[in-house]
Write a protein that binds this ligand. Structure first.
Ligand code: SAM
Length: 221
């Protein structure tokens, strides 16, 4: 079977996954529709396809993971993306979250630290026709100043604190969604820039993420 096939069986499995996410409390219909539309199995090596519609994170190589569907839905829901929003994703990884965000806005940039994952994912997104995002390779913990300001910034790796550059690159009214904490568990945090110097922080559930690297991340060799 072609690895790029999205069959009725895959679509059925996806509907089941979306039902599960709804039961776990995801209620934003646009987010649920985006997850129902993106064929997650196409972000897996064909040999591991059977894992694609379980609500679990999965290794994608280079010590990194494709996030659990619940986490993707949870972060996307907190981000509250509108169709005209300019969005930055930090941590492109497999490109799955990127494809989900592209269902919500065409104005998307995504940055990945790991050069091997970056090259692989750029190719995958092109093959899938999901190449509407500006893809960048580099340290997203300092944001993407040349494309700022953003209405929404989503960080998909766990940070030791709030990266100052990401706060500065938010437009007034913009939201930063980022897991913050130790290197084992992190709390999901949303910061809204309510005025030029006014940032409001809200804390949500705990999650487990791979570490954010780079200047405002964890210093790992
Ligand atoms: N969003 C991804 C997906 O849908 O597959 C999941 C990403 S994985 C949980 C986190 C990613 O963040 C990894 O690919 C990692 O290399 C990347 N990363 C870590 N630190 C980074 C940084 N400073 N800038 C950009 N990417 C970073």
């Amino acid at each position: 079977m072609s690895p790029l096939k999205d069959t009725y069986r895959h679509q059925g499995l996806r509907r089941g996954l979306v039902r599960e996410l709804r039961q776990r409390g995801i209620h934003d219909e646009r987010v649920l529709a985006a997850l129902a539309a993106v064929p997650r199995h196409l972000f897996f090596e064909p040999a591991f396809e059977a894992h694609a519609y379980q609500d679990k994170a999965f290794p994608i190589g280079e010590g990194q993971t494709i996030s659990q569907p619940y986490t993707v839905a949870y972060q996307t829901q907190l981000l509250g993306v509108q169709p005209t929003d300019r969005v930055l994703e930090v941590g492109t990884g497999s490109g799955y979250q990127c494809a989900v965000l592209l269902r919500l806005t065409p104005h998307l940039d995504s940055i990945e630290f790991n050069e091997i994952l970056f090259a692989r994912t750029r190719q995958r997104l092109a093959l899938l026709g999901a190449n509407g995002a500006g893809l960048h390779c580099g340290d997203g913990s300092v944001g993407l100043p040349e494309r700022a300001p953003f209405d929404a910034i989503l960080v998909t790796a766990g940070a030791p604190g709030l990266p100052p550059a990401l706060l500065r690159q938010l437009r007034v009214g913009g939201r930063l969604v980022i897991p913050v904490g130790g290197n084992h568990t992190q709390r999901m945090v949303r910061v809204t820039r309510e005025g030029p110097e006014t940032f409001v922080r809200e804390d949500f559930e705990e999650f487990r993420f791979v570490p954010l690297r780079g200047a405002s991340g964890w210093q790992i060799k």
